[in-house]
Design a protein. Structure first.
Length: 227
Protein backbone atom coordinates (compact mmCIF):
# COMPACT_ATOMS: atom_id res chain seq x y z
CA UNK A 1 0.00 0.00 0.00
CA UNK A 2 1.20 3.46 -0.80
CA UNK A 3 1.41 6.27 1.66
CA UNK A 4 -1.92 7.75 2.64
CA UNK A 5 -2.83 10.79 0.59
CA UNK A 6 -2.19 13.95 2.52
CA UNK A 7 -5.26 16.13 3.01
CA UNK A 8 -5.53 19.08 0.63
CA UNK A 9 -4.55 22.30 2.30
CA UNK A 10 -7.17 25.01 2.13
CA UNK A 11 -5.76 28.52 2.12
CA UNK A 12 -7.02 30.99 4.67
CA UNK A 13 -9.44 33.58 3.38
CA UNK A 14 -7.64 36.74 4.35
CA UNK A 15 -10.55 38.92 3.30
CA UNK A 16 -9.01 40.85 0.43
CA UNK A 17 -11.32 43.83 0.27
CA UNK A 18 -11.04 45.83 -2.95
CA UNK A 19 -9.51 49.24 -2.35
CA UNK A 20 -11.74 52.23 -3.02
CA UNK A 21 -9.18 55.00 -2.58
CA UNK A 22 -8.05 57.43 -5.27
CA UNK A 23 -4.71 55.62 -5.47
CA UNK A 24 -6.55 52.36 -6.26
CA UNK A 25 -8.32 53.90 -9.23
CA UNK A 26 -7.22 52.85 -12.72
CA UNK A 27 -7.99 55.52 -15.34
CA UNK A 28 -8.61 54.94 -19.03
CA UNK A 29 -10.68 56.51 -21.79
CA UNK A 30 -13.72 54.58 -20.50
CA UNK A 31 -13.88 56.49 -17.21
CA UNK A 32 -11.64 59.52 -17.78
CA UNK A 33 -14.50 62.05 -17.93
CA UNK A 34 -16.06 60.78 -14.72
CA UNK A 35 -12.69 60.73 -12.93
CA UNK A 36 -11.99 64.30 -14.04
CA UNK A 37 -15.35 65.40 -12.66
CA UNK A 38 -14.69 63.85 -9.25
CA UNK A 39 -11.16 65.27 -9.14
CA UNK A 40 -12.36 68.83 -9.88
CA UNK A 41 -14.93 68.94 -7.04
CA UNK A 42 -16.19 71.38 -5.79
CA UNK A 43 -15.76 73.08 -9.15
CA UNK A 44 -18.77 71.28 -10.62
CA UNK A 45 -20.97 72.39 -13.53
CA UNK A 46 -24.14 71.88 -11.47
CA UNK A 47 -25.12 71.21 -7.84
CA UNK A 48 -26.69 67.86 -8.85
CA UNK A 49 -24.57 65.33 -10.76
CA UNK A 50 -25.62 61.92 -12.05
CA UNK A 51 -22.91 59.31 -12.67
CA UNK A 52 -24.38 56.75 -15.07
CA UNK A 53 -22.92 53.50 -16.33
CA UNK A 54 -23.38 49.73 -16.51
CA UNK A 55 -23.02 47.38 -13.54
CA UNK A 56 -19.39 46.84 -12.63
CA UNK A 57 -18.17 49.95 -14.43
CA UNK A 58 -16.72 51.52 -11.27
CA UNK A 59 -19.47 53.96 -10.25
CA UNK A 60 -19.33 52.97 -6.59
CA UNK A 61 -15.54 53.33 -6.54
CA UNK A 62 -15.77 56.89 -7.86
CA UNK A 63 -18.68 57.71 -5.57
CA UNK A 64 -16.70 56.45 -2.56
CA UNK A 65 -13.72 58.60 -3.51
CA UNK A 66 -16.00 61.64 -3.76
CA UNK A 67 -17.77 60.82 -0.48
CA UNK A 68 -14.45 60.59 1.35
CA UNK A 69 -13.08 63.83 -0.12
CA UNK A 70 -16.31 65.81 0.36
CA UNK A 71 -17.51 64.36 3.67
CA UNK A 72 -20.85 63.55 2.02
CA UNK A 73 -23.74 61.89 3.79
CA UNK A 74 -24.97 58.68 2.15
CA UNK A 75 -28.73 58.18 1.79
CA UNK A 76 -30.74 55.27 0.38
CA UNK A 77 -32.78 56.13 -2.70
CA UNK A 78 -35.91 54.70 -1.08
CA UNK A 79 -35.51 56.49 2.28
CA UNK A 80 -34.84 60.15 1.59
CA UNK A 81 -37.85 62.02 2.96
CA UNK A 82 -37.48 60.67 6.50
CA UNK A 83 -34.03 62.30 6.78
CA UNK A 84 -34.97 65.74 5.46
CA UNK A 85 -36.13 67.33 8.78
CA UNK A 86 -32.73 66.75 10.41
CA UNK A 87 -30.56 67.07 7.31
CA UNK A 88 -27.75 69.61 7.26
CA UNK A 89 -28.31 70.89 3.72
CA UNK A 90 -24.83 72.43 3.59
CA UNK A 91 -23.33 68.92 3.72
CA UNK A 92 -22.98 67.12 0.37
CA UNK A 93 -25.14 64.02 -0.17
CA UNK A 94 -24.48 60.77 -2.03
CA UNK A 95 -27.21 58.44 -3.31
CA UNK A 96 -25.80 55.24 -4.83
CA UNK A 97 -27.85 53.06 -7.23
CA UNK A 98 -30.64 55.61 -7.55
CA UNK A 99 -32.44 53.60 -10.23
CA UNK A 100 -32.45 50.26 -8.40
CA UNK A 101 -35.54 49.54 -6.31
CA UNK A 102 -38.08 52.13 -5.28
CA UNK A 103 -37.10 55.76 -5.67
CA UNK A 104 -38.47 58.18 -3.07
CA UNK A 105 -39.47 60.76 -5.68
CA UNK A 106 -41.02 63.29 -3.33
CA UNK A 107 -38.05 63.05 -0.98
CA UNK A 108 -35.56 63.46 -3.83
CA UNK A 109 -37.41 66.51 -5.15
CA UNK A 110 -37.26 68.25 -1.76
CA UNK A 111 -33.64 67.13 -1.21
CA UNK A 112 -32.59 68.70 -4.50
CA UNK A 113 -34.32 71.94 -3.51
CA UNK A 114 -32.53 71.95 -0.14
CA UNK A 115 -29.16 71.19 -1.73
CA UNK A 116 -29.57 73.94 -4.31
CA UNK A 117 -30.75 76.43 -1.71
CA UNK A 118 -27.76 75.75 0.54
CA UNK A 119 -25.23 75.86 -2.29
CA UNK A 120 -24.23 72.26 -1.64
CA UNK A 121 -23.90 69.19 -3.88
CA UNK A 122 -25.71 65.92 -4.59
CA UNK A 123 -24.15 62.97 -6.42
CA UNK A 124 -26.37 60.16 -7.68
CA UNK A 125 -25.10 56.98 -9.33
CA UNK A 126 -27.30 54.88 -11.59
CA UNK A 127 -27.16 52.34 -14.39
CA UNK A 128 -29.34 54.49 -16.65
CA UNK A 129 -29.85 58.15 -17.40
CA UNK A 130 -32.54 59.90 -15.31
CA UNK A 131 -34.97 59.94 -18.26
CA UNK A 132 -35.15 56.13 -17.94
CA UNK A 133 -35.82 56.05 -14.19
CA UNK A 134 -39.59 56.06 -14.60
CA UNK A 135 -40.02 59.33 -12.70
CA UNK A 136 -43.70 60.29 -12.52
CA UNK A 137 -43.36 63.51 -10.51
CA UNK A 138 -43.13 66.32 -13.10
CA UNK A 139 -41.27 68.72 -10.80
CA UNK A 140 -38.64 66.06 -10.03
CA UNK A 141 -38.26 65.20 -13.72
CA UNK A 142 -37.60 68.88 -14.37
CA UNK A 143 -34.96 69.04 -11.63
CA UNK A 144 -33.21 65.93 -12.97
CA UNK A 145 -33.12 67.39 -16.49
CA UNK A 146 -31.10 70.26 -15.07
CA UNK A 147 -28.56 67.88 -13.49
CA UNK A 148 -25.14 67.30 -15.03
CA UNK A 149 -24.94 63.71 -16.25
CA UNK A 150 -21.62 61.97 -16.81
CA UNK A 151 -21.42 58.52 -18.38
CA UNK A 152 -18.94 55.74 -17.62
CA UNK A 153 -18.52 53.35 -20.53
CA UNK A 154 -17.98 49.60 -20.38
CA UNK A 155 -14.38 48.98 -19.27
CA UNK A 156 -12.00 49.00 -22.23
CA UNK A 157 -9.00 46.66 -22.56
CA UNK A 158 -6.63 49.15 -20.95
CA UNK A 159 -8.84 49.71 -17.92
CA UNK A 160 -9.63 46.02 -17.45
CA UNK A 161 -5.97 45.02 -17.74
CA UNK A 162 -4.93 47.73 -15.31
CA UNK A 163 -7.56 46.68 -12.78
CA UNK A 164 -6.62 42.98 -13.01
CA UNK A 165 -2.92 43.81 -12.57
CA UNK A 166 -3.75 46.05 -9.58
CA UNK A 167 -5.94 43.38 -7.97
CA UNK A 168 -3.16 40.81 -8.21
CA UNK A 169 -0.65 43.32 -6.85
CA UNK A 170 -2.96 43.97 -3.87
CA UNK A 171 -2.63 40.25 -3.11
CA UNK A 172 1.16 40.43 -3.58
CA UNK A 173 0.91 38.11 -6.59
CA UNK A 174 3.00 38.61 -9.72
CA UNK A 175 1.30 37.54 -12.95
CA UNK A 176 2.71 37.47 -16.45
CA UNK A 177 1.21 40.22 -18.67
CA UNK A 178 0.24 37.53 -21.20
CA UNK A 179 -2.00 35.93 -18.56
CA UNK A 180 -3.58 39.33 -17.84
CA UNK A 181 -4.32 39.84 -21.56
CA UNK A 182 -5.80 36.34 -21.74
CA UNK A 183 -8.15 37.19 -18.86
CA UNK A 184 -9.14 40.47 -20.53
CA UNK A 185 -10.23 38.54 -23.64
CA UNK A 186 -12.12 35.85 -21.72
CA UNK A 187 -14.00 37.44 -18.84
CA UNK A 188 -17.13 39.59 -18.79
CA UNK A 189 -16.26 43.23 -19.35
CA UNK A 190 -16.89 44.48 -15.84
CA UNK A 191 -14.81 45.34 -12.81
CA UNK A 192 -16.86 42.99 -10.64
CA UNK A 193 -16.00 40.10 -12.98
CA UNK A 194 -12.32 41.05 -12.73
CA UNK A 195 -12.46 40.95 -8.93
CA UNK A 196 -14.19 37.58 -9.02
CA UNK A 197 -11.73 35.87 -11.37
CA UNK A 198 -8.67 37.26 -9.55
CA UNK A 199 -9.98 35.92 -6.23
CA UNK A 200 -10.68 32.48 -7.72
CA UNK A 201 -7.28 32.30 -9.43
CA UNK A 202 -5.44 33.32 -6.29
CA UNK A 203 -7.28 30.65 -4.31
CA UNK A 204 -6.65 27.97 -6.93
CA UNK A 205 -2.95 28.79 -7.11
CA UNK A 206 -2.62 28.59 -3.33
CA UNK A 207 -4.48 25.28 -3.18
CA UNK A 208 -2.39 23.75 -5.97
CA UNK A 209 0.82 25.45 -4.83
CA UNK A 210 1.52 26.69 -8.33
CA UNK A 211 2.02 29.90 -10.21
CA UNK A 212 -0.89 31.55 -12.01
CA UNK A 213 -0.45 30.46 -15.61
CA UNK A 214 -2.59 30.74 -18.71
CA UNK A 215 -3.52 27.06 -18.31
CA UNK A 216 -4.70 27.60 -14.74
CA UNK A 217 -6.59 30.73 -15.83
CA UNK A 218 -8.37 28.72 -18.52
CA UNK A 219 -9.35 26.03 -16.03
CA UNK A 220 -10.69 28.52 -13.51
CA UNK A 221 -12.68 30.47 -16.10
CA UNK A 222 -14.15 27.25 -17.50
CA UNK A 223 -15.18 26.19 -14.00
CA UNK A 224 -16.77 29.58 -13.35
CA UNK A 225 -18.65 29.53 -16.66
CA UNK A 226 -20.01 26.05 -16.01
CA UNK A 227 -21.71 27.16 -12.79
Amino acid sequence: MGEPESPRQLPLDLGHTPGFSRDDLVVSQANAQAVALVDRWPDWPAPVVVLAGPAGAGKTHLATIWRDMSGALTLRASEIEAHLPTLDATRPVLIDDADLGRLDQNGLFHLINQIRGAGSFLLLTARRFPSAWGVTLPDLASRLKAAATVEIDEPDDLLLAGVITKLFADRQVEVDPAVVQYLVRRIERSLSAAMGVVARLDQAALEQKTRITRTLAGEVIAAMESR
